[in-house]
Design a protein around this ligand. Structure first.
Ligand code: CTP
Length: 404
């Protein structure tokens, strides 16, 4: 999945012949799953029509401070447009637009929006070869880079003037590759390996029956997707569940029993930077698994159970630098019990689920958790979707690496 998936992209088109290539660029953004809004300078409309870019972006195209065609002359709020964007790309960026961006000359909507943008800004210059080398243009590049803007260098080849050299706007495919590589390199968990457990475990009684629980696995899968979106390499050890990882980069190891989950976790743990135990592991399993289906006989029937291994505690016992996060599901003395689990399992952070909170727990779309860290700092969170809880948990992981 492209890192551009779900990103809100503001494309500023200025007036050069390369503007016709923005039709392909918008199409590639949409294909990557991005949301696109386009701002055009008045001059760019001579090279590509707003209708083309509006059709491809599935959004109205903005080119002036107000919509002249509207009876009410609705104002195009450049501040709202700028704040909407996760990233702004000016392509093609002509020498005129680059110079206005440098000096703050906001006589068109594109430059006014650029000046209001708080998101990362990229620019892909396009001009003739001598213009591209002119000291005035070079000083625009230097100034914009000093503002923190990122240049997508022009490419060499045949130019509209008939000359050949450096100055052609980077090809749309190359712009996409550049953006993806740049965004990926800046993901906060890039280079980190995370092990996550999810779902229930099934403990066999006989070939057709098992002891299990109602865990859906959603929390663990949401954590895995979000961690992968943040750039981490994710190994998800999942008990039986119908969930699939949305992010194709998540490596899913399917297991059935607590022992399988234990073995899989120990295979990977030494190699990871973070482990999050979100699985609802069975605490007990039948001492003996019948080889044949148990037939109905006496009125009463009991199964002798033995403890499974506590996977999280076993990881806590051997951990070196790994940041270890566990969950606690409690129905009474929640905080005290959770604190005991932090110590007993040698955790860095525990995510306490209280079944007393409405909307929290198994088979629910939402969760209400409280974070407790190693120093017993308690942070209660609002009721929110499990996806948002996953984001909160991974923010704690990001914060941990920022501090260390
Ligand atoms: N856990 C585990 N292996 C087990 C049992 C639990 O890895 N055999 C992990 C869970 O994934 C969770 C944490 O331990 O992150 C706490 O689980 P919880 O069920 O709240 O607590 P238990 O330790 O099982 O204790 P109890 O059931 O007595 O509250």
């Amino acid at each position: 999945m492209s890192v551009l998936n779900g990103k809100k992209i503001l494309l500023g088109v200025s007036g050069g012949i390369a503007a016709y290539k923005t039709a392909s660029l918008v199409r590639l953004f949409i294909k990557a799953g991005a949301h696109v809004q386009v701002i055009m300078t008045p001059a760019s409309k001579d090279f590509v029509t707003p209708l083309t870019l509006s059709t491809l972006s599935k959004n109205p195209v903005h080119s002036s401070f107000f919509n002249q065609d509207d009876e009410d002359a609705v104002w195009n709020n450049h501040v709202d447009l700028a704040l909407w964007a996760d990233l702004m790309l000016i392509a093609p960026a002509t020498s005129n637009t680059l110079s206005k961006m440098t000096t703050g000359n906001s006589d068109n909507l594109l430059v006014a929006t650029y000046l209001s943008a708080k998101c990362p800004v990229y620019f892909a210059p396009a001009m003739d070869l001598d213009m591209y080398k002119h000291p005035s243009v070079l000083s625009s590049f230097t100034a914009l880079k000093s503002f923190g803007n990122i240049m997508i260098p022009a490419e060499s080849g045949e130019l509209a003037s008939g000359l050949s050299g450096e100055g052609r706007m980077a090809e749309p495919e190359n712009i996409i590759t550049f953006l993806e590589a740049d965004l990926e390199s800046k993901l906060p968990l890039k280079g980190k390996k995370i092990l996550i457990t999810a779902g229930p475990t099934y403990e066999a009684i006989d070939p057709v029956r098992f002891i299990g629980n109602h865990s859906s696995g959603k929390m663990g899968f949401d954590l895995a997707n979000e961690a992968a979106n943040l750039g981490a390499q994710v190994i998800l050890v999942a008990g039986p569940t119908h969930y699939k990882a949305k992010n194709g980069l998540v490596e899913v190891i399917n297991v059935v029993s607590a022992q399988d989950m234990y073995d899989a976790c120990h295979e990977y743990f030494n190699d990871v930077d973070v482990a999050i135990a979100a699985a609802a592991v069975a605490d007990y399993r039948p001492k003996v698994v019948a080889l044949q289906k148990i037939k109905k006989a006496a009125d009463e029937f009991s199964i002798e159970l033995e403890k499974t291994k506590d996977i999280l505690a076993s990881l806590g016992a051997i951990k070196k630098n790994q940041f270890l996060i566990g969950f606690a599901l409690e129905t009474e003395n929640e905080i005290e019990n959770a604190k005991l689990k932090i110590q007993k399992k040698n955790l860095d952070l525990i995510v306490l689920n209280s079944l007393q909170d409405e909307g929290a727990g198994f088979k629910k779309e939402t969760n209400k958790v409280t974070f407790i860290d190693q120093d017993f700092k308690i942070e209660p969170m609002e009721l929110k979707s499990k996806e948002s809880v996953a984001v909160d948990i991974l923010n704690k992981v990001v914060l941990h690496f920022e501090k260390s």
